[in-house]
Design a binder for this molecule. Structure first.
Ligand SMILES: [Zn+2]
Length: 174
């Protein structure tokens, strides 16, 4: 396993999921629509004017368990505290719906209003990821990925998206 290659992919995904999960709270007044959204991407554009942002801090990986623990600092632009109790999603490549891994955070974390806090995320990648990239994405320096079955408990509100969410930016793989 070439860890450096996989890490690029995982870090990009971890940075992307934090803001998506925390932004869900903004839609809490209309949760019925959120639980069964007509188009998840349509929902997400509603947050585009003001949404949390994330930057990668550091990581630790464990090759034998195929997990990476990442610290991502999230900026909360809102005037209220964000409490993220849990966040998880499966990650698939857009082209083949190949399951690449799972990203999750299950430690309750508080991001105070108008401030930046580090949160911990774990990514577990599948054994076949490198082989899939070699055989089905030869020569590509980045790929498009989707988040599937995104589930979040933010502020004690449980949200599970049935639609897949495509990350707008390709993630680097080489
Ligand atoms: Zn693929």
């Amino acid at each position: 396993m070439n860890i450096a290659r996989i890490l690029l992919l995982l870090i990009s995904i971890a940075i992307a999921i934090g803001p998506i999960g925390t932004a869900l709270i903004i839609y809490r007044d209309n949760l019925v629509d959120l639980v069964v959204p007509p188009e998840a991407s349509e929902v997400m554009t509603k947050f585009s004017t003001e949404k949390p942002s994330a930057t990668f801090e550091k990581y630790e990986y464990n090759e034998s368990s195929r997990t990476v623990t990442l610290e991502v600092s999230i900026t909360n632009p809102y005037t209220f505290n964000l409490v993220i109790n849990s966040l998880s999603a499966d990650v698939e490549c857009t082209a083949h719906h190949f399951h690449l891994g799972r990203v999750y955070s299950d430690i309750p974390q508080n991001i105070p209003a108008k401030s930046t806090t580090s949160i911990e995320m774990t990514v577990k990648w599948d054994e076949g990821v490198e082989a899939h990239i070699d055989s089905d994405h030869p020569g590509q320096s980045s790929i498009l990925v989707d988040l599937v079955q995104l589930a979040a408990d933010v502020q004690g509100i449980n949200v599970q998206l049935q639609s897949r969410i495509s990350l707008s930016d390709p993630v680097p793989i080489r």
